[in-house]
Structure formats: C-alpha cells, structure tokens
Design a protein around this ligand. Structure first.
Ligand SMILES: [Zn+2]
Length: 199
C-alpha cells in the first residue's frame, strides 16, 4: 500500500488509492470505498477539508470556484441604501468574474470603517463600485466588511451629474464638472484599481 500521504492540490488519477476511511471522510461523488480503502473515481486535484477530514477530487474548473466563502474578497455595485446598511451583489469573487451572480451582500454601518460613520450616505451611494470582504453568512445574505484600508469604494460617480469623482482627501471627493463635493469610505486604490480580473 502506498503510504505517501496526499496533500491538497496533489494530482490524482482515476482509480488511485487515496487513503483509508479511518483517515478521511470520502466524498460520495468523486471517490469510492472498497474494504475500507478510498479510491478516486475521477482524475483531478485533491481537496481535503481539514476540519471535517473530508477528501474530495476536484477538477480545474471546480477549483476555480464561483461560490462564496468567509474571507473572500468581492467587488460589486451598491444597489440600495437602508438606514443602517447597504445592499450589493457581486461582480467578482476573488478577482474572478462571476457571470450569473445570484449572491447578495449586506454591509452594516458598524462594518463600514474603523472610523465612526454617522450615516450611510457619508460612506456609500447607489451605483458606487465597492470592494469588500465576506465576514459571515446570514441565511442567504452575506455580511460584508469594508473597514480595511484596501476595502471600500473603488469607483464613484457624482450624484448630481454622473461624472466620475476625483479623490481630494481621506474621505472626500470632488466632481470636476459641476464642483459638487461628496464623501465616501474609499479603498486606498480608489479609481486606480490594478487587480487583474480573470475570465
Ligand atoms: Zn458633478
């Protein structure tokens, strides 16, 4: 028996021995068990859930997952403002375009910034594009945070005339077209986003 223990992302082939049931909880789709020994039913990459000890084989496409987990970084537009929160959906998850996003995120006023935010409108407006971190799942909504420096608004238009706003201070922006000034909780790369978006 091959005693070499498998690690996450190891490539395995169909039929390959993966371990024993005392060691792993075998995934029903991608593995099969014979006499207490686990084998791969497809070729792909090892994925071991360290908490549950679940072992699974994933293909490249599956590893480029389009599901959301705690700690993921998402980008999306502000859809609406409530009194104590804003709603957003996700254009990208971990820099990968999410074409048919049905996910919905919620940012509570207490999770917007390390600094005190008196009212939501001081931090976000509808149509702003924001970058946020997933901090918890609450039923079907993800709770997000933008309190880190690299999180917050990355693109915003003037609420009066629609021109992209220029950053003129820590939380201040100005419209060069109409002179309107606004405030936002900006990410430190506001309008200077360099992250590659993978298709
Ligand atoms: Zn303007």
């Amino acid at each position: 028996m091959d005693k070499k223990s498998l690690k996450n992302d190891d490539l395995v082939l169909t039929g390959q021995y993966l371990g024993v049931v005392e060691e792993f909880l075998p995934d029903k789709q991608s593995t099969f068990v014979k006499d207490g020994q686990i084998y791969a039913t497809k070729s792909g990459f090892i994925d071991i859930d360290n908490e549950k000890r679940k072992i699974e084989i994933k293909t490249h496409q599956e590893k480029d997952r389009k599901t959301v987990k705690i700690g993921d970084i998402v980008i999306g537009p502000i859809l609406f403002l409530r009194q104590y929160s804003v709603g957003t959906n996700f254009y990208t998850i971990n820099q990968k375009i999410h074409f048919n996003s049905s996910y919905f995120g919620n940012i509570h006023v207490s999770q917007i910034s390390d600094r005190f935010i008196e009212k939501i409108q001081d931090a976000f407006q509808i149509t702003d594009i924001i970058r946020a971190r997933v901090i918890s799942l609450n039923y079907n909504e993800f709770n997000l945070s933008t309190s880190r420096n690299d999180l917050g608004v990355i693109y915003a238009d003037c609420v009066i005339c629609g021109t992209p706003l220029d950053k003129i201070g820590y939380n201040k922006l100005r419209c060069e077209r109409c002179g309107n000034t606004e405030t936002r909780k900006m990410a430190n790369d506001y309008r200077n986003v360099s992250e590659p978006l993978r298709f």
